[in-house]
Structures are given as C-alpha cells and as structure tokens.
Design a binder for this molecule. Structure first.
Ligand SMILES: [Zn+2]
Ligand SMILES: [Zn+2]
Length: 421
C-alpha cells in the first residue's frame, strides 16, 4: 500500500523568522531595548491568549473589527478564547487587574510580541513593539510617545520619518461628527463595498479605513472631524500640534486618519519612514475610554506601536547594517582527537572573554574546516593540532594575509584581541 507523506508548512499569511534575517531582527530588538530604557519605559508581557470578550469589548461591541478580525476559538465547555489581537488592550486589562497605578503614575510600559488578526480565511501575524503611558491625559505624553517611536526609527537609520496626525474626538464631538458622516453617506451608500455598508450602519467613522477604489472616490468630499471638535478636544489637538512644532517633528495633518482599531480618542497618528512611504511603520494615539470599555474606571492613556515586520523588510532592502557594538568573532579549527577533546575548554575560555566562537568540528580535515572558516567571514582563525597540543600553543591565522603565528595558550586572548582590532 502506498503511503503519502504529509509535509507541513506555516498557515497562510503567517511566516517564520529565519536565521538569515537574524542580523536585522537583532538590530531592531537591541534598538528597542535601548530606546525603551532611555525613555524610561518598563517591560510588561501579557499572554498570547485572552478571553474573547476582552478584545470584543476593546474593539467595540458589534463593531466590524470585533465581528470579523478576531481569531477566536472555543475550548472545554464553551470557553471562548482569542489570540492576542492588539497590544494595548491586554496591557490595560493587566493594569486594571493588578492595580498597576500603585507602581507608578503615570505608568510607562513597553511590550513586544506578535498580534493576530483574521482577514477572511487567513490569519495575519504582526510583530509589534509598543509603548503605553497610562494614567495621565496631558498632551505632553502624546508627543513623548511620538518622540519615542521617532527615536526608535532614527536609531535604526531612518533619517526623515514623517508623522501624520488627526484628531479623533471624544464621546461628545465624535457622535456629532458621526451624524454628519451618516448624512453625507446616506445617498451614496449603495456604491459602497460590503464591509463599508456594515461600517456605515455601525461605525461610519471607520469608513475611511477601506482601501477599495470605489469607496475612496466617495470619500473625497466628506466632512472632516476638525470642523466638529468640541472645545476640549480642539484645545488638546492644538496643544499637540504646538508641541510637535516645538520639538521640530516633521508632520502632516491627515483628516482621513482613523487607525486600525476603534478605541482611539482625541488624537491619532501614524509614522512613515519618509513623506512618500505608502505603509506606516508605526501607529498610535490616545485611548481615554479603553479602560472603561474593559470594565474599569476612566483612565486616560496614550500609546503607539512599531510594526517590526515592516521595519525589518525596509532594513533588509536598505542593506546597511548598523555599527552595533558587535562582539569579536573567531573561528576555531581542531585537528585530531586529542586536540578536539581539549578544544572545548579553550573555546569556552574565549567565549568567557567575550568572543563569539565559530567552529566546524564535525568536519575531519584541516582543509574542510578552513573552508568553513573562510565562508564565515571571520578575520582570525585559530588552528589547534597535534603539535599545538604538545607545545601548549595555538596557531593564529589572519585570514586576509594568510600569515600565521604560534601563540602560547596563556597569551592567546590578548594576542587575538589585538589582531581583530
Ligand atoms: Zn470632544
Ligand atoms: Zn469599502
């Protein structure tokens, strides 16, 4: 009987991060840690699954996103769980659950990890790095989130990031604006796509997120939220713009900016690598009602996320590596059984002195191991054979010139360090 072997692959639209991209991911993660520390954010990590109701409440009960974008499944006796669909919602949940306001007020936290959204039959995974400041409504914090994200991008070598910014309104002025939008779309709704028809009924402000051409055309003459802001929201928006200008942030107002989730209030923004970039690298805004939506008291907070996959793709294209304080690398070649046996402790010693030690000890011959050393791109290779074991020395080979010298083991570290510099 013929047996067919099944081979597995990743689920549609999610991907592996492979060793070939390690250098880029390292760059992003190291920068993230550095920037988070410099801007005084503390680390927080929430689980990859939560109760489905949490995200439904966070996205807005009955909203298009809550109905369509969540990866929800049932276990046990009808317990509904959802894969983390957003970074901020679980953090605010955790803040309420653990009374994190006692820890510091406002609380400044950062997090990183994957976020999952359903798009039709596919799951989209996006790896994000987020910053949140919980417990203060001052516009100064809106701009410090922007500055943190900009610092992140600039440290990665993106020289001219641009911030697009819009007002999001509050409960009061947002509902006035919603009425106006509904009026505008009333006679045009037959031309809208299916998703937008749903949005028209439930959350007309989110009509702007549609990327379809038909819906884009209708958008051109819509009323804009800036004309309907209440005094408090208008004041907040003007304060943010002033701070943006004081800090010389490159920005453009965008009246159609509404973000990817419905919980934003007062201010919303996106960060682009440069003025012509089509996809945002980062997104954020204020979410003063989110805690209430999740069953807590009102808690003013503001945050933003960096989309790491998009950033890594751009870095890879740019191909320009950062001068990170990289550890010196050496390649260790050992020939013969005795040399191999004592090579482990020598390599360990090098590692403890901060060297990254590469090897190909599985290959028997000197030639094959040297070939691997060449391929690895190191500048110095250490060769340890019968004779070296006997003499208590190691042959140090400079790969560019091919010159080698025998160095006593107790002089090895200092000699190699000199040669690499
Ligand atoms: Zn308002
Ligand atoms: Zn549409």
């Amino acid at each position: 009987m013929k047996r067919t072997k099944k081979s597995f692959s990743t689920v549609a639209d999610v991907r592996d991060i492979l060793p070939k991209d390690e250098v880029w991911w390292d760059m992003v993660r190291n920068t993230g840690e550095k920037v988070s520390t410099l801007h005084n954010f503390h680390f927080i990590e929430t689980p990859i699954v939560e109760q489905a109701e949490l995200f439904e409440a966070g996205f807005g009960k009955g909203s298009f996103a809550a109905e369509n974008d969540l990866c929800t499944f049932t276990i046990g006796r009808g317990q509904r769980l959802t894969l983390r669909a957003d970074g901020a919602i679980p953090v605010v949940r955790s803040y309420i659950e653990h009374h994190l306001g006692y820890f510091s007020s406002p609380l400044r936290v950062y997090y990183h990890g994957p976020v999952f959204r359903r798009k039709g039959n596919k799951i989209q995974q996006s790896n994000q790095w987020g910053f949140i400041i919980i417990g203060d409504g001052d516009s100064v914090y809106d701009v410090s989130i922007m500055l943190t994200l900009l610092d992140f991008l600039r440290t990665l070598g993106f020289k001219d990031p641009v911030v697009k910014v819009n007002a999001a309104g509050c409960k009061v002025c947002r509902s006035t604006y919603r009425q106006k939008l509904k009026q505008y779309y009333r006679y045009r709704r037959r031309s809208l796509c299916e998703a937008c028809t749903y949005r028209y009924e439930h959350d007309p402000i989110r009509l702007f997120v549609c990327e379809r051409e038909v819906c884009g055309k209708i958008r051109a003459d819509t009323p804009i939220i800036l004309d309907y802001l209440c005094q408090s929201c208008n004041g907040h928006f003007q304060n943010v713009l002033e701070l943006i200008e004081d800090n010389e942030i490159n920005y453009v107002p965008d009246p159609y900016l509404v973000g990817d989730v419905g919980y934003y209030s007062k201010i919303i923004f996106e960060v682009y690598a440069h003025a012509d970039a089509s996809k945002p690298f980062a997104r954020g805004g204020r979410y003063d009602y989110l805690a209430e939506q999740l069953g807590g008291r009102q808690l003013q907070s503001v945050g933003g996320v960096l989309y790491l996959d998009a950033v890594v793709d751009a870095l890879r294209e740019r191909e320009e590596k950062l001068n990170q304080d990289e550890k010196p690398r050496v390649f260790f070649v050992a020939i013969g059984e005795r040399a191999k046996k004592s090579s482990l402790s020598l390599m360990n010693d090098l590692r403890q002195h901060g060297f990254v030690v590469l090897e190909a000890l599985g290959r028997k011959s000197l030639q094959a191991q040297l070939k691997a050393a060449e391929k690895s791109g190191v500048s110095v290779t250490l060769i340890y054979g019968q004779r070296e074991v006997y003499e208590g020395a190691v042959m140090v080979r400079e790969m560019d010139s091919g010159t080698q010298e025998s160095v006593l083991v107790n002089m090895l570290i200092s000699t190699v360090r000199k040669k690499i510099k």
